[in-house]
Design a protein around this ligand. Sequence first.
Ligand SMILES: NC(=O)c1ccc[n+]([C@@H]2O[C@H](COP(=O)([O-])OP(=O)(O)OC[C@H]3O[C@@H](n4cnc5c(N)ncnc54)[C@H](O)[C@@H]3O)[C@@H](O)[C@H]2O)c1
Length: 276
Amino acid sequence: MGNLKLEGKAALVTGAGRGIGRSVALQLAAQGARVVVNDLDADPAHAVVEEIRAAGGEAVACFGSVTANDFAERFIKTAVDHYQGIDIIVNNAGYTWDNVIQKMTDEQWYAILDCHLTAPFRILRAAQPVIRALHKAEAAEGRAVFRKVVNISSVAGLGGNAGQANYAVAKAGIAGLTKTLSKEWGRMLVNVNTVAYGFIRTRLTEVTEADTSVTIEGRDIKVGINPGLLKAIEASVPLGRGGTPEEAAGAVYLFCSPESNYISGQVVVCGGGILI
Ligand SMILES: NC(=O)c1ccc[n+]([C@@H]2O[C@H](COP(=O)([O-])OP(=O)(O)OC[C@H]3O[C@@H](n4cnc5c(N)ncnc54)[C@H](O)[C@@H]3O)[C@@H](O)[C@H]2O)c1
């Protein structure tokens, strides 16, 4: 276990029960991080915790919606109680709830902003006093310890996407939060970056002939894309296909590794070569 890049680091990952978040949790754990696994759904989160433990790693679950009023404090407290600190935060939890603007309700607008923008803001706000105290103690000992925040965005947040005014605004906003915190937190040696995905094959984007929906916070939310759209999307990707969750997680891992200690405030597209 001696050569692992993230040995002993405490990593918090939201929406880690499935898809990209799950792969992020597994990759960070494989590099020695101890992971707080959040998901709205308890069963998949529990399964990821078990998978990490079965591989010899350390993980603990923190179930519940990132939009709950008490979530941020509970999430941070879980890390502090179990792992005595915070080293990595990955704001990944999310879903899409699309409509063209004339049909988009206030409920739809706020639900997506709450999940993709307000929740990361609250989590990072709750983390600040813990990080400040840890940094102060480390600085007093003459130790330089870098911490990592990786926010998750989308090409929809950079270039817009028809039918996604709510999502595109939330994902554009996360880039502003990233840049601002990189300026506020540089003095505490925190690297704050964003990964904006193109097309990654997960539940969010699975190919379905018929309409498929999932329940998120008591609402039926349509997921998936039709086969025709899949062909068109893949044809627009220079690498010729959608990315796997493992490939998506690799971009987050880059920003969590010591090699990125002098990179902050950046938005990197992980999209198989698509340019915005
Ligand atoms: N898949 C893509 O092509 C793509 C593209 C761009 C951006 N993204 C972003 O990547 C992130 C992960 O998406 P994915 O493709 O892995 O989707 P996914 O549906 O496979 O996984 C998302 C996970 O987040 C959880 N989640 C949803 N709302 C939550 C909430 N309020 N609180 C806690 N957990 C919640 C879900 O239960 C699910 O397990 C999202 O932020 C998404 O917007 C994905």
